[in-house]
Design a protein around this ligand. Structure first.
Ligand code: ADP
Ligand code: MG
Length: 259
């Protein structure tokens, strides 16, 4: 067998394809054998790492891909950049801590959750993104079909679970119970990021059961960080900047009334 075939036989296809190029370069530049082998293996290793990241990115089901570096902190003074940078070190993930991102629509909660998920994936861990509504719908179906155990295994496995938009719809009792079970099962095992446009005091009403809401919040908040974002919707601000809206809702109302 030729070396190229041996590499292919071993599944090192990237190295096999790079072999000739590196062999020529090694001869040209008088590389030692270790240097040559190192360069070849590095090529294979890099390709594998990238493939693994790609696979984890696909698995994560992110609704869009925006990194923390794409977040404009100057445009959103309601977000403490220092705390986001601290979260980006992924210490919270190592500790299994949860992160709650609270605030009105459009302030960047989902963007930050996605940015953190991408950082988690790039660092070699797994993440999974789902909206609260979709999560509850799937758990409800699984419960009806008596295959919840398999769902629990699925949702407890990712190192990071993002539950987006908790609070855009009300839960019935059964749903609140499913959410409680999920949070309990992930409790102290893996990190969960929850985004919500509701404050904690509204969760009782949202979940239709103050006792259950307290139990859920208890577990969620025990090891956790909350970022409460105050401020304007980034989307509206962009429109305003483009001159499509005046600078405040009051002015906007006046402007539209006058013509
Ligand atoms: P929320 O989840 O809080 O409703 P999003 O995170 O979905 O808001 O933000 C709405 C849109 O505005 C997204 O496209 C997001 O990338 C963008 N966005 C929000 N805040 C910022 C920011 N500070 N810098 C850059 N883009 C932002
Ligand atoms: Mg959102």
């Amino acid at each position: 067998m030729m070396v190229r075939e041996q590499l292919e036989y071993l599944g090192l296809t990237v190295a096999a394809n790079a072999l000739d190029g590196y062999a020529q370069q090694a001869a040209r530049e008088n590389w030692g054998p270790t240097e040559f082998l190192g360069a070849l293996m590095r090529e294979e290793q890099t390709a594998r790492r990238e493939r693994a990241i790609l696979a984890r990115m696909q698995f994560a089901h992110l609704p869009y891909r925006k990194t923390l570096d794409q977040f404009d902190f100057a445009a959103q003074p309601g977000v403490d950049e220092r705390r986001v940078r601290e979260l980006a070190t992924l210490r919270f993930l190592a500790n299994g801590d949860n992160v709650l991102l609270l605030g009105p629509p459009g302030v960047g909660k989902t963007h930050l959750a996605i940015g953190l998920a991408i950082a988690v994936i790039a660092a070699g861990h797994t993440a999974y993104f789902i909206t609260a509504a979709e999560l509850l719908a799937r758990l409800g179906r699984a419960a009806a079909e008596r295959r919840l155990d398999q769902r629990w295994r699925f949702y407890t496995r990712p190192d990071l679970l993002v539950i987006d938009e908790l609070g855009y719809g009300h839960f019935d009792r059964a749903e609140a119970h499913l959410l409680f079970q999920l949070i309990s099962r992930r409790y102290e095992k893996g990190s969960t990021i929850v985004t919500s446009n509701r404050s904690y005091s509204e969760w009782g009403e949202l979940l239709g059961d103050p006792v259950l809401a307290t139990a859920i919040l208890d577990r969620l908040l025990h090891h956790s960080e909350t970022l409460t974002i105050r401020g304007d919707s980034y989307r509206l601000r962009e429109k305003r900047r483009a001159g499509l809206l005046s600078s405040s809702p009051e002015e906007h109302a006046r402007a539209t009334k006058n013509g």
